[in-house]
Design a protein around this ligand. Structure first.
Ligand SMILES: [Zn+2]
Length: 291
């Protein structure tokens, strides 16, 4: 859903709340504290009283929208903007678009990212595994040129490695990895790829050598992500390119602490690029607890 559709479908706070109540409870309010359905709903303010534990609550308790001051319509618009921003959206831009201050926009963006997670369905078929490196640019000297010689790339630099796996057809999983040891990489394979129903493709990097022990493994020349002459366009290299452009262009300084949240955002958007129901899915994720 684009922002015009969101704007039309959810013109008021009431419309947003009605939708959230339908997604979360399917019309039957349940106390988030004691799980009782024995409730009395107040006509005003969309609050419900639990007759069991005697508390009152609204549909946003324990969700990303809890205790928010911003209108839910703004949240919905922000979700739509983030889902549709292929290269990501900065909090400054989000602040301008939905007319909130920058801190609020940053906070909303971080919370929305918590609802952007995929199910645990494993990757199958031909799965390419690869890493990229994310990090700040080196300091510039007075002449605008890089200090300390040419910029190092990839393995051996102080940048943070991000490891990704993509199946043919394009589903991707990626996350930061502090170490690229066999142990770490094989754990990622086990957790993300169906080892009985997949062929793992990697380059010749040492840590991949023993993968044959746990999965059918093929080594390819670096940069080549096609098999049998069949070039598939949804390859992991183009995913890395988009991720890097997004992080450099929109988010500038992403701390290592938050890096995974941005990586997951890009994975989610990529995995749902043709999914017409991704807005509803994201709201569902947001209501069903966050990860
Ligand atoms: Zn209760």
């Amino acid at each position: 859903m684009n922002i015009i559709q969101v704007y039309k479908q959810f013109p008021t706070q009431d419309a947003c709340i009605a939708y959230l109540e339908k997604v979360r409870w399917n019309g039957k309010p349940q106390c988030p504290y004691c799980k009782s359905h024995n409730t009395t709903s107040y006509k005003k303010g969309h609050r419900h009283h639990c007759n069991n534990c005697k508390t009152t609550y609204s549909v946003t308790v324990a969700t990303i929208f809890h205790k928010t001051k911003a209108d839910l319509q703004k949240w919905f618009l922000a979700i739509s903007l983030i889902l549709n921003a292929k290269k990501g959206i900065s909090s400054r831009q989000l602040a301008r678009d939905i007319e909130v201050n920058r801190n609020t926009a940053w906070y909303m963006g971080m919370r929305i990212r918590r609802a952007m997670f995929d199910d645990n369905d494993l990757l199958r078929g031909i799965a390419k595994m690869d890493e990229t490196y994310i990090g700040g640019k080196p300091r510039k000297g007075g002449d605008g040129k890089t200090k300390g010689g040419p910029r190092k790339r990839g393995r051996g630099t102080k940048k943070t490695p991000v490891v990704g796996m993509m199946e043919r057809g394009g589903r991707v999983r990626a996350q930061k990895a502090t170490k690229l040891s066999y142990k770490k990489l094989s754990t990622l394979v086990r957790g993300n790829i169906d080892r009985d129903d997949a062929v793992l493709m990697t380059d010749q990097y040492n840590s991949y050598f023993r993968m044959q022990e746990i999965i059918d493994h093929k080594v390819v020349d670096h940069g080549k992500c096609y098999v049998d002459g069949d070039i598939h366009t949804n390859n992991i290299e183009s995913f890395w390119a988009l991720l890097k452009r997004g992080i450099v262009g929109q988010y500038h300084k992403v701390s290592v602490k938050h890096l995974n949240k941005y990586v997951r955002e890009f994975c989610y958007r990529h995995n749902h690029r043709d999914d017409v129901e991704v807005f509803d899915l994201t709201i569902k994720n947001a209501m069903g607890g966050t990860q």
